[in-house]
Design a protein around this ligand. Structure first.
Ligand SMILES: Cc1cc2nc3c(=O)[nH]c(=O)nc-3n(C[C@H](O)[C@H](O)[C@H](O)COP(=O)(O)OP(=O)(O)OC[C@H]3O[C@@H](n4cnc5c(N)ncnc54)[C@H](O)[C@@H]3O)c2cc1C
Ligand code: FES
Length: 316
């Protein structure tokens, strides 16, 4: 089933391959697309996203819902929900596999935990703009916080496969060890993030409570690293996704260090395709070519113009 737009996006049926918990907070959902859906998602870029129709999903038994989400889980869920890709694999021209990692945080994501292999889902996508990495950069610093990890893990794999000339570093932060959305860090004997280190990405981890990696905020760890290491600012690019306070701090640090930075923002989204205006992001009017006065601001849409923005254009 597909309603084609002028680009690759459409509404497609996906079949669930698996839906498995990662520790106490996250699930990894693997979806298989065939036909036009396979062709569209095969062309998707890291940083783009999809929206899942959730209102047809059943609610789990009350005993299977985390206690703090039992009240909120009774809510009706009308709107599709947005999720970034953590991995996209083209199997053949008629089969593309797209994985997402989701945090169980409310009525829709609680319902998503009931998905089983062979279930069918209505998915809109691929949506948004994605990260863009120009050829002048030879060092990419990835910065992710908590549930911002999936698109950053995706771009790390994409870079390893497509830009062998680029040095990649990753700075990953979370509230605690359990809030790191990696299968490898859920193990009691975990030493690092295998998903990134095994592909050759030098990785630095922080947790707010010091339960894994260094104690503190990921932006402070990056700041320390930048002070201790000589980098060529105009050959370096920072790509980031995570909570807005983290992105705001990163944006200040990047401006001070003169490093181009792209941030992937989250907004509550309804249509996902630029029609409902529910996902506005305040930006410099100059970045939209609307004025020469750099104090004026205007709005872009997170779903259509983003979710990836140049950190300098966002009004934090
Ligand atoms: C472009 C984009 C990519 C995203 N990628 C991922 C991803 O890869 N993995 C993932 O787990 N989540 C991701 N999210 C967030 C995800 O869409 C929300 O967590 C989800 O919609 C919550 O739905 P719910 O009904 O379970 O919770 P709700 O009951 O709707 O909300 C629970 C809590 O989450 C907050 N919330 C709801 N929607 C959003 C949102 N869009 N952004 C920030 N906070 C929100 C609410 O304010 C509330 O506090 C992404 C969001 C966007 C916009
Ligand atoms: S979600 Fe409707 S305009 Fe962005």
């Amino acid at each position: 089933m597909c309603e084609n737009h002028k680009d690759n996006k459409g509404v497609f049926l996906a079949q669930v391959r698996y839906n498995e918990p990662i520790g106490d907070y996250y699930y990894r959902l693997s979806l298989e697309f065939s036909g036009k859906g396979a062709a569209s998602f095969a062309k998707a870029k890291p940083g783009q996203f999809l929206e899942i129709k959730v209102n047809t999903l059943s609610t789990p038994a009350i005993s299977d819902i985390p206690e703090h989400l039992r009240d909120t889980s009774r809510r009706n869920v009308l709107l599709r929900r947005p999720f970034s890709f953590v991995d996209i694999q083209t199997v053949d021209e008629n089969k593309t596999v797209v994985d997402i990692i989701y945090l169980v945080t409310g009525a829709s994501t609680v319902r998503m935990t009931t998905l089983s292999p062979q279930d069918e889902l209505s998915v809109t996508g691929p949506l948004g703009n994605g990260f863009s990495i120009d050829n002048s950069k030879d060092c990419v610093i990835l910065v992710a916080g908590g549930v911002g990890v999936p698109p950053i893990e995706h771009v790390a794999n994409w870079l390893v496969q497509n830009r062998k000339d680029v040095k990649i570093l990753a700075f990953i932060g979370a509230r605690s060890k359990a809030h790191l959305p990696f299968a490898s860090t859920q193990r009691a004997d975990a030493k690092g993030i295998e998903e990134l280190e095994s592909i050759g990405v030098e990785t630095f981890v922080t947790t707010d409570d010091g339960s894994f990696g260094d104690s503190g905020f990921v932006t402070d760890r990056l700041s320390k690293w930048l002070s201790a290491n000589k980098i060529v600012a105009d050959k370096t690019l920072i790509l980031s996704c995570g909570p807005e306070p983290m992105l705001k701090n990163l944006s200040k640090l990047a401006e001070k260090s003169n490093i181009d930075t792209q941030v992937s923002l989250e907004r509550i989204m309804a249509c996902g395709i630029g029609l409902c205006q529910s996902c506005a992001v305040e930006v410099n009017a100059e970045s939209k070519g609307q004025t020469n006065n750099n104090t004026e601001t205007t709005y872009k849409l997170c779903c259509k113009d983003g979710p990836v923005f140049n950190s300098k254009e966002v009004i934090w």
